[in-house]
Ligand binder design. Structure first.
Ligand code: NOJ
Length: 535
């Protein structure tokens, strides 16, 4: 059983993309001293943990997701002393620090791979997935890379192919090999010993592949607008049963350090994600649940996503919710800024740990990137599919000064044009801003056990544009009502038999308003109402 009061159940995680958060030395790329300057902000906002996307030495073919040394800091981000200082400052502020762990693949510059490709009998050969060409020549099987083209690269020097689920600069480690496992578990211990509070495990479903490397079958539902990776059903290259053992081993490493978190990244549907919790708490603390990113902004669809999660997770499985990250279009661009405020209410009142993507709290939008400024290898390899990830990785908008206060140099990606008005400084003292809304919601969530640990109870509504639910603990109850459309509508409280008072609303102009029987919502409005006879 998992600990019912583990910090990662009660807390909120804030994802920082280090390249884009705060630059301290004018090179146009964010860094650890920059993040350290902004930790007070994260705490002021009301988050409990920061998750840093990769900060390890890397040739940056995939901006840090191609690691060439797992136990050091890339000079572009700073030094190990900077990292230690950041962890101690976080600790002083009461903030936890989570790191990205990238165990599926290394960089092709990693010394393990450099050794592995030297010869077929090198001791590191079996640390990666090497195979002879197919009998008639060509790659050993039909597997495709996420980032375009075959998942195999031929290495002329040794006459074999190596597997890469992502870029050819990101060769896959062979997780069937116990030495690989031990090496990555040592990496985990290295950072746990330095005081980190856990990991977000990258591409976790890919670690174990079918031992026979069988061909993937075609995907009968493939649509031509989808990237080629979707032409196949990935039944052999990922999500294999033996993965449970690997995750249990990782969990044991983390558990030896007490109250630490192990979070996994996977876009699988909820019924398959459930397995990642493992048997009796021996799996992930939770896998990220991306259903809110994948679902259209429609009450019925979102409600179905939430309720399928509620129905499928047993008592020992803790839910999680995410609206955005560094791989997907920003929520304010997907559904519009007005609806994004309602989505904030949803994210921060559902049962389960919320993870916020930096900048979403001020309503940052995707920034169009001119072709000559494209950085993301995904966009470079697959132009025209709309898979580029630069638009959601642009610099954090701190103030109305040059480059939004992100850097004194030339930012590595362009700053959004709306930064003079859409920034932290402008929103900080504005009682109706998106930032104020996030802060108020985070404060309310933290203060009330009903909102962070309480039950989720759906409330039926006669109109299809509304989703309503109650969060309740033994001592308190909150009704959350969200209008998914720009048209006004009424929400019925009748079945609840209680009145209540608004504690927070998207428009931030209804505090304390009392209701009995009916809540009238304006377009895209959401309210959090504390229920009780005597309120
Ligand atoms: C998922 C990460 O979030 C993404 O940014 C990265 O490109 C791939 N995994 C490969 O590591």
């Amino acid at each position: 059983m998992t600990n019912p009061s583990a910090w990662w159940k009660k807390g909120t995680i804030y994802q920082i993309y280090p390249r884009s958060f705060q630059d301290s030395n004018g090179d146009g790329v964010g860094d650890l001293p920059g993040i350290m300057q902004r930790l007070d902000y994260c705490r002021w906002l009301g988050c409990d943990a920061v998750w840093l996307s990769p900060i390890y030495p890397s040739p940056m073919a995939d901006f840090g997701y191609d690691v060439s040394d797992y136990t050091a800091i890339d000079p572009v981000f700073g030094t190990m002393a900077d990292f230690d200082a950041l962890v101690s400052k976080a600790r002083r502020l009461g903030l936890r620090v989570l790191l990205d762990l990238i165990p599926n693949h290394t960089s092709d510059h990693h010394p393990w791979f450099v050794a592995s490709r030297q010869s077929r009998d090198n001791p590191y050969r079996d640390w990666y997935v090497w195979r002879d060409p197919a009998p008639g020549g060509g790659p050993p099987n039909n597997w495709q890379s996420h980032f375009g083209g075959a998942a195999w690269e031929f290495d002329a020097a040794t006459g074999q192919y190596y597997l890469h689920t992502y870029l050819k600069e990101q060769p896959d480690l062979n997780w069937w090999n116990p030495e690989v496992r031990r090496a990555i578990y040592d990496v985990m211990r290295f950072w746990l010993d330095r005081g980190v509070d856990g990991f977000r495990v990258d591409a976790v479903a890919h670690l174990i592949k079918d031992a026979q490397l069988r061909d993937e079958p075609p995907n009968p539902d493939y649509q031509p607008h989808q990237p080629p990776y979707h032409r196949q059903l990935h039944v052999y290259s990922m999500d294999q049963p033996e993965l449970a053992e690997v995750i249990a081993e990782m969990r044991a490493v983390v558990d030896a350090y007490g109250d630490r978190a192990l979070i996994g990244e996977s876009y699988l549907p909820i019924e398959r994600l459930c397995r990642y919790y493992g048997h009796e708490g021996r799996g992930l603390s939770f896998p990220f649940n991306f259903q809110l990113i994948k679902s259209p902004w429609e009450a019925a669809r979102v409600r179905a996503a939430v309720e399928s999660c509620e129905a499928r997770l047993s008592a020992s499985m803790w839910p999680s919710w995410v609206l955005g990250n560094h791989d997907r279009a920003r929520v304010a661009s997907r559904i519009g800024r007005a609806a994004a405020r309602a989505a904030a209410v949803l994210l921060l009142t559902l049962r389960g740990t919320p993870t916020l993507y930096y900048g979403d709290e001020i309503g940052m939008v995707d920034v169009p990137i001119p072709p000559e400024m494209v950085q993301d290898p995904c966009e470079k390899n697959l132009p025209g599919y709309g898979v580029g990830r630069d638009p959601e990785r642009t610099p954090m908008q701190w103030d109305a000064g040059p480059s939004a206060g992100f850097t004194t140099g030339r930012p590595w990606l362009p700053v959004a044009r709306d930064y003079p008005t859409c920034n932290v400084a402008a929103q900080r003292n504005d009682p109706t801003s998106m930032l104020t809304l996030y802060r108020r919601l985070l404060e309310l969530r933290a203060r009330h056990p009903a909102l962070h640990l309480g039950e989720y109870v759906p409330v039926e509504q006669p109109v299809e544009q509304v989703m309503a639910y109650v969060r309740r603990s033994a001592a308190e109850q909150f009704l959350v009502a969200i209008n998914f459309r720009p048209q006004r509508c009424d929400v019925l409280l009748a079945g609840l038999g209680l009145g209540g008072r608004v504690r927070v609303s998207t428009h931030l102009d209804r505090d304390g308003e009392r209701f009995a029987g009916l809540v009238r919502l304006r377009g895209n409005e959401a309210v959090v109402v504390e229920l009780g006879e005597n309120l």
